[in-house]
Write a protein that binds this ligand. Structure first.
Ligand code: NAD
Length: 235
C-alpha cells in the first residue's frame, strides 16, 4: 500500500483535503500527516479522521525530522500544503515566510531526492497559489504562462518555492507537480456551506496528473482549461 505524506494538514485546506482523501481512499493508501502545529494549525481539524491517519508533529525546515519521517513510514508520495499563508502576516514579519515557504519546501524536496533517488517517479505535489502571478484587474484570468509577478512577501516566497520545485523536477528528474490554485476562502465565504467534497474535485485531478506539470486551477482568477489532466496518483 502506498504511503502518502500530507504536510500542513492541520491547517485549513490540508485538513479538508486529508479528510476527503481518507474518505475516498481508506484501505488503499496510508496517510501520514506532517505538521508543526503553528498558530495556523489545529489538531482538532483532523478529529473526523484521527483514527485513520498517522500524525507526526514536525517542522518542514528540520531536515533530519523530515528524513526520519520519510524513512520510518516509507513515504512514496508527498502532498505539500504546509506554509505560512497569511499575506498580512508576511508584511509584518516577512522572514518567517522565506524560512517556512522557501527553506521548508527545499528541505522536503532535497530529503525526497535523497530518499527516493534522482529520476524517481514518486510524486511530489507542491501546493502553491495564483498570487505568484500578481493581481488581476477587473477581468481576465491567469494561465501557466502568465508572468510571475508576486507583490507581497507571501507570494514572493511561494513563487520562490515554486521555482525550486520546478528546478528539482528538471535537474533531478523528479516527478514534481506545482499547483497554482486560486484563493479558497472566498469560495467558502460565498457558498457558506461548501464541503470538502465540492472544494476539491479539480485539485484531485491535478494531483493525479501523470507528468511533471505546472498547473493552475480553480474558480476566480485562473483559466481552468488545463486542470483535467488524468489519472495515476489516486487511481
Ligand atoms: N487559503 C487559501 O485560500 C489558499 C489559496 C491558494 C493556495 N493556498 C496554499 O495552500 C496551502 C495551505 O493553505 P492554508 O490556507 O490551508 O494554510 P493554513 O495557514 O491554514 O495552514 C498551514 C498549515 O501549515 C502548518 N505549518 C506551518 N509552518 C509549518 C512548518 N514549518 N512545518 C510544518 N508545518 C507547518 C501549520 O501548522 C498549518 O497547519 C499553502 O501552501 C497556501 O500557500 C492557500
Amino acid at each position: 500500500m502506498k504511503n502518502i505524506m500530507i504536510t500542513g494538514a492541520a491547517g485549513f485546506i490540508g485538513a479538508n483535503f486529508a479528510e476527503l482523501m481518507v474518505k475516498k481512499y481508506e484501505g488503499k493508501y496510508n496517510f501520514i500527516i506532517f505538521d508543526k502545529l503553528t498558530y495556523a494549525g489545529n489538531i482538532e481539524n483532523l478529529n473526523n479522521i484521527k483514527d485513520k491517519v498517522t500524525f507526526v508533529q514536525g517542522d518542514i525546515c528540520d531536515f533530519d525530522k523530515v528524513m526520519e519521517t520519510y524513512k520510518k513510514y516509507e513515504i512514496d508520495s508527498v502532498v505539500h500544503f504546509a506554509a505560512e499563508s497569511h499575506v498580512d502576516n508576511s508584511i509584518k514579519n516577512p522572514f518567517i515566510f522565506t524560512e517556512t515557504n522557501v527553506i521548508g519546501t527545499h528541505t522536503l524536496l532535497e530529503a525526497a531526492k535523497q530518499f527516493w533517488g534522482e529520476g524517481s517517479q514518486n510524486r511530489f505535489v507542491h501546493v502553491s497559489t495564483d498570487e505568484v502571478y500578481g493581481t488581476l484587474g477587473e477581468e481576465g484570468y491567469f494561465t501557466e504562462t502568465s508572468p510571475i509577478q508576486p507583490n507581497s512577501p507571501y507570494s514572493a516566497s511561494k513563487a520562490s518555492s515554486d521555482l525550486i520545485a520546478l528546478a528539482y523536477a528538471e535537474t533531478f528528474k523528479m516527478n514534481v507537480c506545482v499547483t497554482n490554485c486560486s484563493i479558497f476562502l472566498s469560495i467558502w465565504e460565498v457558498s457558506g456551506n461548501m464541503t470538502s467534497t465540492t472544494l476539491f474535485p479539480s485539485m484531485e485531478s491535478l494531483f493525479s496528473s501523470p507528468d511533471t506539470c505546472k498547473s493552475s486551477s480553480s474558480k476566480n482568477a485562473c483559466d481552468t482549461n488545463n486542470t483535467s489532466l488524468e489519472v495515476g496518483f489516486f487511481s
